[in-house]
Design a protein around this ligand. Structure first.
Ligand SMILES: Cc1cc2nc3c(=O)[nH]c(=O)nc-3n(C[C@H](O)[C@H](O)[C@H](O)COP(=O)(O)OP(=O)(O)OC[C@H]3O[C@@H](n4cnc5c(N)ncnc54)[C@H](O)[C@@H]3O)c2cc1C
Length: 430
């Protein structure tokens, strides 16, 4: 048995799933899980929903308890950051100065929230990516009515705006795009959801931030007091949430053998280099069905891709062992085959009582058709196409019996007219 570990970098949804899948695939050697946050792996989607709302406490977000982790026999290093990776020798450098020569590495470092330098040094300006971020914002939302400006009208900004409004705060949602979430859900669905936000009392604005204005008080650090827009207008604010997208956490991967343009570039097997795989929000890989590199920041993808990457890494190490280039990967069990990772992407979003669910690709479409089934109930479906074929479908407030067939509809790109007919059929099922 090898004495070198497999290391998984990033101890969140993809990281913990990869660790478990490595064991299931037969890896009996040392297994190190490295995460720079101090917490056990936790789930992020509730951060902008139940946790921010106050309905759930942090314990409910934990993906595994310490007892559930025990059988994995992990060398768990929380509060530890990987600072470098030498690809040829598969050696990680950690922020405590340690060097870890590995049999294989799975990179699951996710993304980090984008910030604006103009907000540096001001209190009351938040991002929403980590548990600590969410708790800090929740704390400030719990002390009576506030004027909250959400900068960025994508999915995250809209979810947070909905929760803050439900909590009774005065909410302004500002984005560069006139229609909220248009990039993710298309203009028609975005308009429908904009109606819901307006009906709930959210003020929607199109514009760009020029500066954050501090309160007049001389206290340090200085509290934000307003947001100045490029057109000169001013939005008073007690709190600002920056929901302006994210950056893949690849800054530490400087080895030129790796392609780190828009995440870590991988092949169809989720391999970035021999013995080095990636999964989750950080991974951009060649999707074998769509025939182009894709990267998703979706919870379901983190789980599915981590399982695929782990299985493929064990298969590669087993093949290396058979060829005499490495120690045995498993305990003699039948080695898994390396398989291309070809999921049907899925994401959801919850805003007010509405559930949005999407299968396939909704971004990068050249054709979008939205059908409003019931305007008052905000019930609608949208079909997304590319080069004459339907590649994605999105539903809002659709009953489960109608939703069921939508995944199959876009499992592979299908001729637009055919998909449209099938969608119409699916949404008229009684
Ligand atoms: C507020 C919020 C709401 C969301 N809601 C939804 C939703 O409704 N539906 C949906 O489909 N998806 C949603 N998502 C997206 C979903 O949570 C992510 O797709 C998922 O968390 C990705 O998991 P991951 O493990 O790839 O990355 P992450 O969860 O980002 O985890 C990466 C981990 O690696 C750590 N790390 C980074 N660099 C290093 C390093 N150098 N060394 C060690 N550790 C490092 C990070 O600190 C982090 O802990 C939401 C995300 C957020 C933030």
């Amino acid at each position: 048995m090898t004495t070198r570990p497999i290391a998984v970098v990033g101890a969140s949804a993809a990281g913990i799933t990869a660790a478990e899948a490595l064991r299931r695939a037969g890896w009996t050697g040392p297994l190190t899980l490295i995460g720079d946050e101090p917490h056990l792996p936790y789930d992020r989607p509730p951060l902008s929903k139940q946790l921010l709302h106050g309905a759930w406490e942090p314990a409910r977000l934990m993906l595994r308890t310490a007892e559930q982790l025990a059988p994995l026999d992990l060398d768990l290093r929380l509060g530890t950051r990987a600072t470098g990776l030498d690809v040829a020798t598969r050696t990680l450098t950690l922020d405590d100065g340690q060097r870890l020569a590995c049999a294989g590495v799975i990179i699951a470092t996710g993304v980090a929230a984008r910030t604006l330098p103009a907000a540096d040094g001001l209190t009351g300006v938040f991002t929403l990516r980590t548990l600590d971020d969410a708790l800090a914002l929740r704390d400030r939302l719990s002390g009576g009515p506030r004027r909250l400006v959400v900068v960025g009208n994508g999915v995250l900004g809209c979810e947070a705006a909905a929760v803050a409004r439900e909590l009774g705060h005065e909410v302004t949602l500002i984005g560069r795009e006139p229609v909220p979430m248009a990039a993710a859900v298309g203009p028609g669905m975005g308009e429908l959801l904009a109606d819901e936000h307006r009906a709930r009392g959210v003020r929607l604005l199109t514009g760009e931030v020029a500066a954050f204005e501090p309160a007049a008080a001389a206290d340090r650090p200085v509290q934000v007091d307003g947001v100045r827009l490029v057109d000169g207008s001013r939005l008073p604010a007690d709190l600002v949430l920056l929901a302006i997208g994210s950056e893949p956490a690849v800054g530490w991967l400087t080895d030129p053998a790796l392609d780190t343009t828009d995440g870590l570039g991988c092949d169809a097997y989720c391999a970035a280099a021999p013995g080095i795989y990636a999964a989750g929000d950080v991974a951009r890989w060649e999707h074998p069905v769509h025939g182009r590199p894709l990267r998703f920041e979706h919870r379901m993808n983190a789980t599915e891709q981590a399982m695929a990457a782990a299985r493929n890494l064990v298969a590669e190490l087993t093949a290396e062992a058979v060829n005499g280039t490495a120690e045995a990967a498993g305990d003699g069990a039948e080695p898994p085959e390396r398989r291309p990772f070809a999921p049907v992407p899925y994401f959801w979003s919850d805003q007010y009582g509405l559930k949005l669910q999407a299968y396939g690709l909704t971004t990068g479409a050249d054709q979008v058709e939205t059908t409003v089934l019931d305007r008052d109930a905000r019930r609608a479906v949208a079909l997304f196409g590319r080069a004459g074929r339907a590649v994605g479908v999105l539903a809002c407030a659709l009953p489960p019996r109608q939703l069921r067939s939508l995944r199959a509809l876009v499992a592979t790109p299908v001729l637009w007219e055919e998909a449209r007919d099938r969608l119409r059929e699916a949404t008229t099922v009684g």
